[in-house]
Every structure is written in C-alpha cells, then in structure tokens.
Design a protein. Structure first.
Ligand code: SPV
Ligand code: MG
Length: 431
C-alpha cells in the first residue's frame, strides 16, 4: 500500500483539512505531520494549543493512520524518514513565500520518484471565520501576555521589531520572507519610547505621558496578535510605576523594560554627550521589587535595563547591577551599548551567563549592528530588539517625497516609488 504524507499546522480542523484527508486516503495510507512549535512560529502563526494537543487532535481524525512530528518546515526530516510515495497539500502553496517550501519538497520527492499532489485549497466563509476567530483569540490579553515567555522557551532567539502605530504593527505582524530556503518572521513588537515620541514629533525625554503611550499600544493591539514589549523608560516614580505595571498587564502587554536612570532621561544613544544620571543599585532594585509586588499574573515580565556601558561606568559596574537586579526580582536583563563593536556586549553576556544560566538577556543592536542573531544567541542572548529601524526607514522616504512634489509641482515623479493604494488596502484586514 502506498503512503501519503500531509503536513498540518492548524489548531482547528475544518472542512479543508477533512478534504485533504479524504483525498489522501484515496491514494493510500495517510500519515499526518504535526509541524513542531519551533518551526511553526517561524512560518505560520503562533499556536493556540500545545504541540501535544495538536498531535492528539490529528490522531483523532478518521482516516489518519499515523501522526509524526515534522521539525523542519522544508520537510527534509520527514521525507528522509518516511520516504512517502506521495505528498499532498492545498494548492495555496503555489504562490507567495510558501512556494519555496513547495519547490523544495518537489525536489526532495524527485530524488526517489515520489509524487507531489496539489489539491484545490478550500476557502469559504466558514473557513475564513475560523481563521479570524483563531486570530482574535491570539490577540486576547491572556494569550498575548504569556506568549513572550512561551517564545523564550521555544526559540533560540526571540526577534522583536519596533512598532509605533497600527500600520507599523501590521508590518511587524504580517511580514514573512523567504530567504536562503527558509521562511522567517518577527516574533514580537517593541513599543519604543524613541519612536513613539518621534511619531508624535516630541523628544524622547519621558515627555509623552503614559496615557498617550497606552493609546499607541491600544492602536497596535487592535490590529495585531504578536506580543508586545513596552519601553518603560525609567519607569518614573516607583509610586507611579506600580500603576503602570498593573495597566500594562491588564492590557495584555508581555513585558516592560525599565532603565536604571533617574531625573531627566535622554535617549541612550546620546551616551555621555548629554547629562544623564544613573540610579543607584538600591533605588533601581526597590523599583523592580515594587513592580514585581504589584504584578498579578505569572506571565508579565519586568526587565531591568543597565546603562553602565552607555554611561562609561565599566563592565564590573554593569555586571554588579545585573546580578543585583535579578536578586531584586527582575525577570530579564537588558544590556545596552552604543559602540559599533559588539565586543563589550558579548563580554557582558558571556560573563553574566557564566554565573546565571537562565535569566533572559535582551540586547538592542542599533549601533553594534554587524552581529547576527545566531552570534548573539551563541553568547546567551534570548531577545534581540530592532528598536528604531522602521521609523528611520520611513522618515527619509517621506521627506524625499515631500521635497520632490514641491520640486516638480506635481506627484507624477514620485509615483513609481510609492506603494499602490490597492496594496496598502490589502494590508488592512476587514472583519
Ligand atoms: C528606544 O527605542 O526608545 C530605546 C532604545 O530605548 S535606544 O533608543 O537605543 O535607547
Ligand atoms: Mg527608549
């Protein structure tokens, strides 16, 4: 009897999946692959049920003879293991980023004469509603909030991109690329104080008040599902910070990062060019401890950001602070640097990891941007934040467009480099 393989990455079985099984059954013994969590988050959306629950769900389906884990989104592992006579998939993977997967599977099958069958993809009102409901579920505060901790345990490095509006949130949510035979996407969003302030035309000095910052979070949350890390600046007064923690937690934000500075905060990338005062270990520890006490769920994270390297206070000071802040209850450490060379960051991470194997490390490689995610992960970094690149990309493009329209007294000259309005519209989902 022939073996037919199909890979599922769904949390809910609808008529489309039942149709795939029925079509597969006509051709032989049906083996369903359950795409592992680690592969799923790179290529599809975050699961709402666990890998074990998905396996149980697929096993319970009539016509499914066997369920195996597929760890590689490109099918290499399962095809080597099973050598199915046939791989069956909906024909939706003939286009878009998933086409790379189809091409790869086709090549793998060709090596031993296996067959690839694309069946018409089922997409109707019921399927659309199920997709939408799943997405809505992922966007609910209780699911979104705990997702950052889940991601830290699921993936070697959590990739976070800046968002400061509904639209930038959608870009972070939906951008999927195929590169060198793999699909990839961002895991989470960073609501940067710099970019949130800049979008409002204000300086990054804690001038934009919390109510306004929460409004930005809300705009992003309304149209996305990925977890949010909030740039909490200094956290403000401890008496205020405890309220901020409660509000963020209630909204479904996953983490706040607060930096060990006090007084008038300026952006770290100014370094010692402007006057900035570092809080003492005791002051910062008290703020962290108060925040942890105010927190109600186990999901939320308070991450302590250390400014010692930015303020040129040295590595020993940075490490002493890191260990003290973890002791005070911090759920993670962010170490920042404005050097081009990543050496001080990797030294910090190696020395911190030598003593603390588990506390997540966060870095923001805006200046030390030559280091790759793999290299950071090899030094024990858990979260990488691309803190301002979307803002810095959009600003010059908008400025040049404004200049050229003034220059030519019409918009024709700029049109070629603009996104068609139709494409903008497709970014935005309708209910
Ligand atoms: C931000 O994005 O606002 C940050 C990171 O705090 S940095 O600008 O590098 O200080
Ligand atoms: Mg900031």
């Amino acid at each position: 009897m022939k073996t037919v393989y199909t890979c599922f990455c769904t949390d809910v079985i609808h008529e489309g999946h039942l149709n795939i099984i029925a079509e597969a059954k006509k051709r032989g013994r049906v083996i369903v692959g359950c795409l592992s969590d680690e592969a799923l988050i790179r290529y599809n959306k975050f699961p709402t049920i666990s890998q074990e629950e998905r396996i149980r769900l697929y096993r319970s389906l009539d016509g499914v003879e066997e369920v195996v884990i597929q760890n590689d989104m490109m099918y290499d592992d399962v095809i080597t293991l099973i050598q199915p006579d046939c791989v069956l998939h909906g024909d939706n993977w003939k286009e878009g980023p998933e086409k790379a997967i189809r091409d790869h599977v086709e090549a793998l099958l060709a090596q031993y004469g296996g067959e690839l069958v694309d069946i018409p993809y089922t997409y109707n009102e019921t399927v659309r509603k199920i997709d939408l409901q799943l997405r809505e579920k992922l966007g609910m505060p209780e699911y979104r909030r705990r997702r950052l901790r889940q991601l830290i345990s699921m993936t070697p490095i959590v990739k976070v991109m800046e968002a400061h509006s509904g639209l930038t949130g959608l870009i972070v949510e939906k951008t999927v690329v195929e590169h060198e035979g793999r699909l990839d996407q961002f895991d989470a969003m960073w609501v940067s104080s710099l970019c949130d302030s800049t979008a409002k035309g204000k300086p990054d000095i804690e001038l934009v008040d919390m109510t306004s910052r929460f409004r930005t979070i809300d705009d992003i949350m309304e149209v996305t599902t990925k977890p949010i890390i909030f740039d909490g600046d200094t956290g403000g007064l401890t008496e205020h910070f405890v309220y901020t923690v409660r509000s963020l937690e209630r909204m479904g934000v996953s983490a706040v990062i607060i930096e060990d500075k006090k007084g008038l905060k300026k952006n770290s990338l100014f370094g010692t060019e402007v006057e900035q005062t570092q809080a003492t270990i005791e002051e910062m520890s008290a703020k962290i401890a108060a925040g942890k006490k105010a927190q109600l769920t186990d999901d939320f994270m308070i991450i302590a950001r250390i400014e010692s390297l930015i303020l040129e206070r040295g590595m020993e000071d940075a490490l002493e602070r890191a260990f003290a802040f973890v002791k005070a209850g911090a759920d993670g450490i962010m170490i920042h640097s404005r050097k081009k060379d990543p050496a001080e960051i990797t030294e910090f991470c190696d020395r911190f990891r030598a003593e603390d194997k588990t506390t997540p490390i966060v870095v923001v490689p805006s200046s030390f941007n030559t280091i790759t995610e793999d290299e950071l992960a090899s030094h024990g970094v858990n979260i990488v934040i691309y803190a301002n690149q979307l803002t810095r990309a959009a600003f010059p493009a908008m400025q040049k467009t404004a200049e050229d329209i003034l220059r030519y007294h019409r918009a024709k000259e700029v049109d070629d480099r603009l996104m068609p309005i139709k494409q903008i519209i497709t970014l935005i989902d309708e209910l």
